[in-house]
Design a protein around this ligand. Structure first.
Ligand SMILES: O=C(O)[C@H](O)[C@@H](O)[C@H](O)[C@H](O)COP(=O)(O)O
Length: 278
């Protein structure tokens, strides 16, 4: 048992912690290992934020990310994490009822939030009974109230909220949150939360944090697995030509915060110099 753990640790050390301009890369052999590292990373950030500010503000996305966070519901994290200090937000949400199979809230509730003792009043979900535009306005207003009371920290270089952690997934096209390639919302500089009604990924109506908010966070983690995303990971993190400069995932560059990529070896297989490439 001890030998296996030691081998796992050595393999993690060999593949993780590559630092690039565009963040730290943590490349894992398999999903199990990635899930363990991700849980440890989140738990450590939670502990540090609670120690420093008494709360932990975390924004999550939809997709496979929630399943990969599953280890947090298990020992030791289900007991050691200070869940009552968590304030949970959505970096993006599909504008559907909270009971709908497409709802990111439902995904997180079923897969994570119902399994740990978070306080229902700290779960900041969107208003699902209004239009996408109203839901975005409403959510921004709500975030503004929590910035005013400093439950959510504020950036020291802009008036943007400074979430302790924003967790993102990424699509094969390089989208993050609901910021899709070539979409005008990529240029949004003033709003904190905006909406789209033409998402290329179903469902079409979504609200999303804008890039200024994502890039004002203390920590941003992008969690990406699978071969279908290998090209986008390469384009988002390697030194590539100017054509890729507007790939949404490449625009994730926290100004003062720390960016970490959690990858499995398939997602990492097209990185320049990758030991996993063919
Ligand atoms: O609601 C959504 O659709 C998302 O928040 C979106 O940004 C997602 O995180 C990526 O599309 C990756 O999703 P997968 O990990 O499932 O591929």
């Amino acid at each position: 048992m001890l030998i296996i753990e030691l081998l796992n640790l050595l393999s993690r050390m060999a593949h993780s912690g590559v630092h690039k301009d565009r963040g730290e890369l943590r490349i894992h052999e398999n999903l199990d290992e990635l899930g363990t590292d991700l849980a440890e990373y989140i738990a450590e950030l939670s502990e540090a934020s609670v120690k420093e500010r008494g709360v932990f503000t975390i924004a999550i996305s939809g997709g496979s990310l929630i399943g990969l966070m599953g280890r947090l519901c298990e020992a030791p994290y289900n007991k050691t994490v200070d869940w009552a200090k968590w304030y949970i937000f959505w970096a993006d949400e599909r504008v559907v009822a909270k009971t709908h199979a497409d709802s990111n809230y439902k995904l997180a509730k079923d897969g994570l939030l119902s399994k740990v003792p978070v306080l229902p009043s700290h779960v900041n979900s969107i208003n699902d009974s209004v239009s996408a535009e109203e839901a975005a306005d409403d959510y921004e207003f709500h975030v503004r109230q929590l910035v005013k009371t400093r439950t959510i920290n504020v950036s020291d270089i802009s008036d943007c909220p400074k979430f302790d952690l924003i967790l993102l997934g990424m699509g094969p096209d390089g989208h993050v949150a609901s910021l899709f390639p070539n979409h005008p919302v990529l240029d949004e500089k003033d709003e904190w939360v905006t909406f789209i009604t033409d998402s290329p990924k179903s469902p079409p109506e979504r609200i999303t944090f804008t890039l200024p908010v994502i890039n004002s966070a203390s920590n941003v983690a992008v969690v990406v697995t699978g071969e279908s995303k290998a090209e986008a990971v390469h384009l988002a993190t390697d030194d590539v030509g100017p054509d890729c400069l507007s790939l949404p995932a490449r625009l994730v560059r926290p100004i003062r915060g720390k960016l970490v990529w959690f990858l499995d070896k398939l997602a990492a297989s097209k990185l320049d110099g990758s030991q996993f490439s063919e």
